[in-house]
Ligand binder design. Structure first.
Ligand SMILES: *Cc1c(COP(=O)(O)O)cnc(C)c1O
Length: 367
């Protein structure tokens, strides 16, 4: 049996309905900031429970433009964690600010108790990452931010529809950044991103920043960027956001099959804690395991595309050299990098495929 990590060939096995919508866009010639972009923004804002959403050209730009809209610049510091996707930190660096890392916890999320020791007079913002689709405890983050007068920009790129006590990620911070990359839970046919916010002032700033600072065709109020979401991609996004609940529910269902099975393999497998008031949307299903590298190659040999997200924490990457970190600075992230494994959990997997994966994990541990 094959258990693939990517589901794009299944998801788009019949592209005709979407192609029909794209044909319509092409015929109007309205390629930039057409009505499809507005429509997707409004559906996205609704899904996140925010007043506004702004379509941009990637999740990375969603984070970068968020920081720019807040005036974050060289000399500033932004706090995040080292066990995220490179783009979180890339966006901070692109803004001119210095990324400052805080170790992660046993849910692979920023260790909230360690944030305050990382705050300096230069700190301007905290960028918590709802990693793997696990929602960060935003109530605690917002308390710290308020105490130190900091902005909170949520990296919600992996977490559309995740929630704390029913309040959706991307609606807590001053902004939330989402990615529509082909492998994210809601995706388009290339790159795309969305910024959510409840602040009218930030919303208006973001509209300028993504489109050359243009007030209108002839007047430019600030220097901005070209980071628009394409109308063609928005048409794809509109076709898929309809399935948000179905996609999310199926991922949760698959993850709970894993959770239940692995709770019986405690001597080999650590499933992260699942907080009662949190809704996990499982962009990735990550566990910590004994003999990770051997399990990884065994599963791969059995047709299961397990992966590691990620084997080298960002503070130990070549690109981070100038930040001055060294091995041992973030022991939890470093230990997890050696133990974590990601199992396929996407919405196109059948129960049979999940059970097969569980069976192969058990077989590896001779259980
Ligand atoms: C995917 C991702 C991003 C960047 O999104 P792109 O659309 O690929 O630019 C940022 N942060 C995290 C945590 C991500 O997973």
């Amino acid at each position: 049996m094959k258990v693939k990590f990517s589901y794009l060939s299944e998801q788009f096995s019949n592209p005709d309905p979407i192609l029909k919508k794209i044909k319509k866009v092409v015929k109007t010639g309205n390629f930039t900031l057409g009505p499809e972009v507005k429509a997707l923004e409004s559906q996205f804002a609704k899904a996140c429970g925010t007043s506004y959403a702004v379509g941009v050209n990637s999740g990375t730009d969603a984070l970068f433009l968020s920081l720019k809209s807040l005036g974050i610049a060289p000399g500033d510091e932004v706090i995040t964690m080292p066990n995220t996707f490179i783009a979180t930190v890339g966006a901070i660096v692109a803004s001119g600010a210095k990324p400052v890392f805080v170790d992660c916890d046993n849910e692979y999320l920023i260790d909230i108790d360690k944030i305050e020791t990382a705050i300096t007079s230069k700190t301007k913002a905290i960028m918590p990452v709802h990693y793997a689709g696990h929602p960060v405890d935003m109530i605690k983050i917002l308390k710290i931010a308020k105490r130190h007068n900091l902005y909170v920009v949520e990296d919600a790129c992996q977490a559309i529809s995740a929630a704390i006590d029913g309040k959706v990620t991307g609606s807590f911070g001053i902004t939330g950044g989402f990615s529509l990359h082909p492998l994210k839970n809601i995706n388009v046919w290339s790159d795309g991103g969305i910024i959510t916010t409840n602040s009218k002032e930030t919303y208006e700033k973001l509209l300028l920043l993504r489109n050359h600072g243009m007030k209108n065709r002839d007047e430019y109020s600030i220097f901005g960027y070209n980071s628009r979401l394409d109308s063609v991609q928005a048409a794809v996004g509109l076709s898929l956001i309809k399935d948000l609940k179905k996609i999310t529910d199926k991922r949760i269902e698959n993850a709970s099959l894993y959770d239940r099975a692995f709770s019986e393999l405690k001597e080999f497998i650590t499933v992260p804690p699942r907080r009662k008031n949190a809704k996990y949307v499982f962009h990735l299903y990550i566990i910590q395991v004994k003999n990770r590298d051997q399990l990884l190659s065994f599963l791969n040999s059995q047709g299961i595309e397990a992966k590691v997200h990620y084997p080298i924490p960002l503070h130990l990457q070549e690109c981070s050299k100038s930040l001055g970190y060294k091995p041992g600075d973030f022991p939890i992230a470093e230990r997890q990098a050696k133990n974590i494994i990601t199992l396929p959990v996407h919405q196109h997997l059948s129960k049979k495929q999940i059970l097969y994966t569980i069976q192969q994990v058990k077989k590896f541990y001779k259980k």
